[in-house]
Ligand binder design. Structure first.
Ligand code: ARG
Length: 460
């Protein structure tokens, strides 16, 4: 049988320990101990300022909380399942330290607005860290892109050679995805930067509290204007998990390509030994484990998003204990995201590019077919007709193991007397890339424009 609860007044029987264990959240919500003390400090300062508590009582509580803060940082605080969650654990330790006056801290407050406040602070404190890590990757991508503006590789659609592209252009596509990720996490801050404290259990309080003062103390931009919404809103967490899922999806796409491109068949890229592992049985192996693991971990982050969406579905207002399920998946998402971002950055920063292999892959294919069709079109043949002619040349080339650049001038002249020697230049992959100079295209000039703009964005 467990000991008497902080809320035990109206109870005659007590729960068995194993039931308490089921209901307790202290095993995981102690991760918000810092935020909990921070929130309590702001609350008591507000109670002092509004004279709801006397100076003497407030000062005792403030001093006690500050001591707890220090002890927490020194790793000296011990939490118990009997005290259920971080909020009651902190209050109980505070009571041991300063006596019954600690009981005045909870004036005009409930655990419902308290836990929501802690959670807002938790996410608010993590968002900038995540944004910083994404920007680090963006910087790496820009550096790599700059080195590879003129590195030619096959561009794919349907995983079939489509048209040659610049590897720098490819890298800048990921830069653009991450830019949107940063914007999403920045917007995430707007809905996180709102203070629930003062909503009390669900309906506000009769005490003359000053919520704006508390918000100011804690550095919140706004206060929730509806107390029911304040205690039951977890949109800011759902947005966070959704943003995290999209970010992981982006990383997983790159990781998938890395895994393919380091394979024997492609051999476009080579990963550093530092981001690969060997096999316990096959001595020759060099496996792209880190890329695979980041790709794999995207699944667990999606899972946390689905988990919380499902928990929230149909949840009646206002607070329900179901909401205690909001934390573990979110904590795990942060724990997954930060190292994944760091590993990803290190991995791509140390990739060796096999330029020759990439280039060679574009020479021995028909990815210059569009160039020839476009060339014929500029000579006055309607594009549809030109498309058909080139299609037939490709078919013949496949049969005779010849590429388009192998077609002789005589053969070209039979197709159209307007075709000249310059067609061979047009068919070169690097020329094909260079000439795709439409806005946002893979032409070297366009890639350089993207890089310059990215540098300006990152510098701001
Ligand atoms: N541990 C709880 C949670 O994480 C704190 C709020 C408890 N409130 C309540 N009325 N039982 O959600």
């Amino acid at each position: 049988m467990s000991t008497k609860k902080l809320w035990g007044g109206r109870f005659q029987a007590q729960a068995e320990t194993w039931v308490d264990e089921f209901g307790a959240s202290i095993s995981f919500d102690q991760l918000m101990a810092d935020e909990d003390i921070e929130g309590s400090l702001a609350h008591v300062k507000m109670l002092k300022k509004t004279k709801i508590l006397t100076e003497t009582d407030s000062n005792k509580i403030i001093a006690g909380l500050e001591e707890l803060q220090q002890e927490l940082h020194d790793g000296k605080l011990k939490f118990t399942v009997e005290n259920e969650d971080i909020h009651m654990n902190i209050e109980s330790i505070l009571t041991q330290k300063i006596g019954p006056v600690a009981g005045k801290l909870h004036t005009g407050r409930s655990r419902n607005d308290q836990v929501a406040t802690d959670f807002h602070l938790y996410v608010k404190n993590r968002l900038p860290k995540i944004i910083t890590e994404i920007k680090t990757i963006q910087k790496t991508l820009v550096t790599l892109a700059e080195d590879n503006v003129e590195t030619i590789m096959p561009g794919y659609t349907h995983l079939q050679h489509a048209q040659p592209i610049s590897y720098g252009h490819y890298l800048m596509a990921y830069y653009a995805m991450l830019k949107r990720d940063v914007e999403r996490f920045e917007f995430n801050m707007k809905h996180t930067d709102i203070l629930p404290l003062g909503a009390a259990a669900l309906a506000g309080t009769t005490f003359p509290i000053d919520r704006n003062y508390t918000a100011q103390e804690l550095g919140f931009n706004e206060v929730y204007t509806n107390s029911l919404d304040a205690v039951s809103d977890r949109d800011f967490v759902l947005e966070f998990l959704s943003n995290a899922s999209i970010l992981m999806m982006h990383l997983s796409r790159f990781c998938e390509e890395i895994s393919m491109w380091v394979s024997y068949e492609f051999d476009y890229l080579e990963l550093s030994d530092k981001y690969t592992t060997g096999s316990s049985i096959m001595p020759q192996k060099k496996n792209p484990d880190m890329a695979e693991l980041i790709r794999g971990k995207s699944g667990r982050v999606y899972g946390h998003l689905m988990g919380l969406l499902s928990t929230m579905k149909s949840l009646p207002l206002a607070y329900n204990k179901d909401l205690q399920e909001d934390k573990e998946g979110t904590f795990d998402t942060v724990k997954t995201l930060l190292p994944a971002l760091r590993v990803f950055n290190g991995m791509i920063a140390t990739i060796k590019v096999h330029n020759d292999k990439m280039y060679h892959a574009t020479e021995n294919d028909f990815s210059n077919a569009t160039e020839l069709a476009d060339y014929l079109a500029t000579k006055g043949i309607p594009f549809r007709e030109a498309h058909g002619i080139v299609g037939q040349l490709v078919l013949k080339g496949i049969e005779t193991h010849h590429n388009l650049q192998d077609i002789t001038m005589e053969e070209f002249k039979q197709i159209s007397p307007l075709i000249e020697e310059d067609v061979y230049n047009v068919l070169k992959p690097e020329v094909a890339v260079e000439r795709r100079n439409s806005l946002g295209g893979t032409g070297f000039k366009q890639v350089k424009i993207q890089i310059e703009q990215a540098k300006i964005d990152l510098a701001n």
